[in-house]
Each structure stands twice: as C-alpha cells, then as structure tokens.
Write a protein that binds this ligand. Structure first.
Ligand SMILES: Cc1cc2nc3c(=O)[nH]c(=O)nc-3n(C[C@H](O)[C@H](O)[C@H](O)COP(=O)(O)O)c2cc1C
Length: 208
C-alpha cells in the first residue's frame, strides 16, 4: 500500500508509530516551581550527541486543559530534569505515570515509586530504575504543527551532566543489556523487551 500522509490511510489505526521502532522510553522526572514532583514517559526520546552528551524528547499536543504538558512546563521553568530508564519490572508503574493526572499530584506517589535524590540537579530519580541521566535544559525546538487545532509538537533538548549506572548491571565494565532488562516502545499498545543481542564490528575502508 501507499498513502499520502495528509490523506486517510484507510487502516484501523495510524501505522506511523509502528514503523519507527523500537523507540527507547525516556521516563522523565521533573519538579514544578512549587516543588511537586512529576514523572511521565516519552518515547519520542533519544540520545542525540556524545560530546557533550545530549538527549531529546518530543511532547505532542496539549493536556485537555489546553496547557503544555507538565514535563515541558517544569523543564522550561526549572531548567532541570532526570531521565530514568524503564525496565520490564517497572512497566506497570511507567504506564501509570502516563495518565493525565492533575499537575499538583506527584506521579511517584500515584505509581508507588520510591524517590532518590539526584547528585547535580534538584529533581528526584526513580530509585528502582537501574540508569539515570541527570540533565540540564538546553533548548526547545518547535516542530511543524497539525494543520487543525492549536496543538504543538515541541522537542526539548537537554545536556546530560551526570549518569548513574547501577553496579549490578555492569559486567566486565560494560552495561549488560539483559541485566538492565529495559523495555522500548513499538506501535499500537505493543512494547519490546531486549532478549536477543548480537555484535558486529564496523568495517575498515576499503572493505575486504
Ligand atoms: C510508553 C509511552 C510513551 C509516550 N510517549 C510520548 C511522547 O513521546 N510524547 C508525548 O507527548 N506523549 C507521550 N506519551 C504520553 C504522555 O506520557 C502523557 O501525555 C503524560 O500525561 C504526560 O505527562 P506530563 O503532563 O506529566 O508531562 C507516552 C505515553 C506512554 C505510555
């Protein structure tokens, strides 16, 4: 099949999210200006530079009340956030924190998650997550908007200034993919869990 993306695709669900996969899940904690903690998953998330290390996530649309998503508002106001990596064991808690809870409710409490202070930023981390990226806010990039309505697509970019790796997931100095047991996002309501890893060396030029 082929379809123009500004015309109906004729499928029961939009296939786009099932085509750019798997997407890592940035489970992002932040604090509002009153100090209330916020936690929400974003799978339009990725690392985008090594030096200095930088990450991005994209927030689409608005909350039902027409305001920016809490994560975006908090990061723009405080300049700080933490990316917690979501594991298979934490999948239900992660999913719970995606509910559009009122801004003054702490999603750590909603999901029954213990907090742990960060080293360099004033934002709590998800204690049970094996990896945390402590970040400072760099910039917001405004993407194209939907042709109808007033929703936005905003990319938030941050610099990673500190990284926690649980020693239990380090084997011979490398992060062991199976021990971290991370989950990623597929299309529809599907997720992926890393169960099969293979290795390839990069070729030299000219290749033989
Ligand atoms: C696995 C998963 C991935 C998600 N990825 C995104 C995303 O990339 N962008 C987005 O705007 N919303 C995404 N959502 C929805 C947000 O988590 C949801 O809108 C949440 O209420 C935002 O919370 P906040 O207002 O506290 O930031 C995702 C939800 C789930 C369960």
């Amino acid at each position: 099949m082929f379809y123009h993306t500004d015309e109906p695709h004729g499928l029961p669900y939009n296939p786009f999210n099932a085509l750019v996969i798997p997407r890592p899940i940035g489970w992002i904690s932040s604090l509002d200006s009153d100090g209330t903690a916020n936690l929400a998953p974003y799978s339009f998330f990725n690392g985008v530079a090594y030096d200095p290390p930088q990450v991005m996530f994209a927030a689409s649309g608005y909350h039902q009340n027409g305001e920016l998503k809490d994560t975006v508002r908090n990061i723009q106001q405080t300049g700080e956030f933490v990316v917690n990596l979501a594991t298979y064991d934490l999948r239900h808690a992660m999913n719970l924190t995606s509910a559009a809870a009122p801004s003054d409710m702490d999603e750590f409490d909603i999901a029954g998650l213990e907090k742990e202070p960060a080293e360099l930023v004033n934002v709590p981390r998800v204690k049970a997550s094996p990896v945390h990226l402590e970040c400072t806010y760099s910039q917001t990039v405004e993407l194209l908007k939907p042709p109808q309505g007033d929703a936005s697509n905003l990319v938030i970019i941050g610099q990673v200034i500190g990284i926690h790796i649980n020693d239990d997931v380090l084997v011979d100095g490398r992060v062991d993919m199976k021990k971290t047991d991370l989950i990623g996002r597929l299309g529809y309501m599907d997720y992926v869990r890393i169960s099969d890893v293979f290795t390839m060396e990069r070729p030299d030029w000219p290749t033989t």
